[in-house]
Design a protein around this ligand. Structure first.
Ligand code: SF4
Ligand code: SF4
Ligand code: FES
Length: 239
């Protein structure tokens, strides 16, 4: 089997971007894009114009859909390269591969996503007291902890941009965990931050629904956080 990979290349943010097309051969229907990118970087690969393909810059770590590092725009949709099977695009015969567009570009498919981690630090996303705990809290905390900080939800969110007051679902979900766990502690501060940096900026467009590679049920988590942070209802109390 073969597929054409149309990869967006850019040496640096100041250089012009271009699309480099590479015909990639594979035998296994379950082969994923991250594998193809790794093989291309082993060298000796030519593009469809006959030019040598220089090493592609891209990021990965776990290669098991656990870390979020390999997020990129694949076939027009933000996804994890280690979860995108080449055979999914067999009918089209090609797939476009581009970097996430909401973050500063480093090179090729690598972007600087440090804004997400800086945001979590800035909003002091940690508990200063013991965690409040019961089945309901644990349920929300478990769901929220599944966030990979991949940035896929931010890519499709019409309201998120780097430097803005709205921090997006990548911050909203982790904040929900602390809101649930901090019923007896620093909850006032985190609730205010949630209102200011998530609730008031989220247009409820739900463009981020069904995008999350971790399959998180953001609607359910947000319903609890909205009730607690905005309407001051303690939805985490055991009945
Ligand atoms: S619901 Fe819409 S505005 Fe809110 S985080 Fe999702 S995509 Fe962004
Ligand atoms: S909510 Fe989902 S899509 Fe958004 S950063 Fe977390 S894991 Fe990625
Ligand atoms: S490399 Fe970790 S999610 Fe893809």
């Amino acid at each position: 089997m073969q597929i054409r990979l149309d990869i967006k290349r850019q040496q640096s943010p100041d250089d012009k971007s271009y699309i480099q097309s590479i015909v990639y051969e594979y035998d296994d229907k379950s082969e994923v894009l991250s594998n193809a990118l790794g093989n291309i970087n082993k060298g000796g690969c030519k593009d469809t114009e006959g030019n040598d393909v220089s090493p592609l810059s891209w990021e990965c770590s776990c290669l098991q859909k656990k870390c979020g590092a390999c997020a990129m725009v694949i076939g027009g949709r933000p996804r994890l390269a280690c979860d995108a099977k080449l055979s999914e695009f067999a009918n089209e015969g090609f797939v476009t591969v581009e970097p996430l567009s909401k973050f500063p570009l480093i090179r090729d498919l690598s972007v600087d996503r440090s804004v997400m981690f800086d945001t979590l630090r800035r909003i002091r996303l940690w508990l200063e007291t013991d965690a409040y705990d019961n089945d309901k809290v644990r349920d929300i905390a478990y769901e929220s902890s599944g966030c990979l900080q991949c940035g896929c939800c931010l890519e499709v969110c019409p309201n998120f941009y780097v430097g803005g007051r709205f921090y997006g679902m990548a911050a909203g979900l982790p904040m929900s965990k602390i809101i649930a766990q901090s019923q007896k502690g620093n909850d006032k501060d985190i609730r205010q931050q949630y209102k200011k940096h998530f609730y008031s900026g989220c247009g409820k467009s739900l463009a981020c629904r069904n995008i999350c590679p971790a399959g998180l049920d953001a609607d359910r988590v947000m319903a609890s956080s909205n009730a607690a942070a905005v309407w001051k209802r303690n939805v985490y109390k055991k009945k």
